[in-house]
Ligand binder design. Sequence first.
Ligand code: GCU
Length: 413
Amino acid sequence: LTIFGQIVPQKDPNYDENNVPKFDLPDPLTTFSGKKIKKSSEWIEERRPELLTFFSENVYGKVPCKIPIYQWKVVEQSGNALDGKACRKQVDLIFKKDNHTLRFNILMYLPNEAEKAPVFLGYNFYGNHTITNDTNILISDAWTRNDKSLGIDNHRLTEDSRGVRANRWPVEKIIDSGYGLATIFYCEVDPDRDDFSDGIHPFCYIEGQQCPASDEWGSISAWAWGLSRAMDYFEQDNDVDASKVIVFGHSRLGKTALWAGAQDERFSAVISNNSGCGGAALSKRRFGETIARINAAFPHWFCKNFRKYNDNEVALPVDQHELIALIAPRPVYVASAEKDLWADPRGEFLAAYFATPVYELFGKDGIPSQEMPPVNQPIHNTVAYHIRTGEHDVTDFDWEQYIKWADKQLLKK
Ligand code: GCU
């Protein structure tokens, strides 16, 4: 490994900026065959499709078949949630194909004062009932990861975990700001384990197939698929302003939000909270989590083709700034946390910075300088960024920024 002219042994994981290898970052505005992109129309017609195909076949995996909503059912509804401020709905989306059935539930809080509300849509890690203490929220019977500190055991959810993640979901603040909130338990779409016999994947198997082919969807791609089906539903829900759906996610679910937003242009804005490796962070920096580590620890998240780049980031003809660029010209927010070195805050920042030229092609403002802003000093441009103090988490500070920025970018307040 050559850095600053010397050969140094590489530490793994590396948390030292001096040990970041020198690397060439692919130019989002030069096609794979070397053509310079000078106009937004060329980006839309030539560069965006080839990048999307690359990420689809070599990083997250493509969705091999179409699975439309078979039916949706409002399983619970009240106009009187949050002391009368909001309407609560719990809607099952049901999918059927051959002998397969899958359902996942969208929990929604919508402000009563708005006729059609802009909505933040995001997955939760441990069930819809964890996001508030509201006793009306149904408890999922899907497989879950265990977390003893949250009272979650035996891969099952119970009353014990009601409200345990309320700290990450300021429902009242969101409603008071005029937005709705919609959330889904991600394991209902695909349980987060290395098992391709469950979740949505089997819907697309051809006879005898037991797991996705090398270029077919891993779990992140499956979760992104679920967000797009939620969007299909929103387009039919008169209480939702489907032209203002902001897809949000933390960590692995931030990777998912970026991939969903990159593919599905109906999402009008995207928020990546501490998404790290395979999310907003540049892979070629090899800082904190690396491709080899993520593919080893979570073999089901990406498509198998992505393993070609294990300890071989130089061979990658793309990097994550181009994933962010795929969202252009729609607003995108990348957020880091100072102590979340595993997710490489500087790599997340630089990806937002290097996505900026694509936004500028559309006359939008991105990250103005390669210098990281000080902690807790957000940049709220079309490409937005902050690094806040603290750990890998979703905090009130994060949500305050997302709401302010959405007000500015989507509601033009
Ligand atoms: C692990 C994983 C990260 C991921 C995180 C999370 O730390 O290595 O890539 O973002 O889990 O989802 O919380």
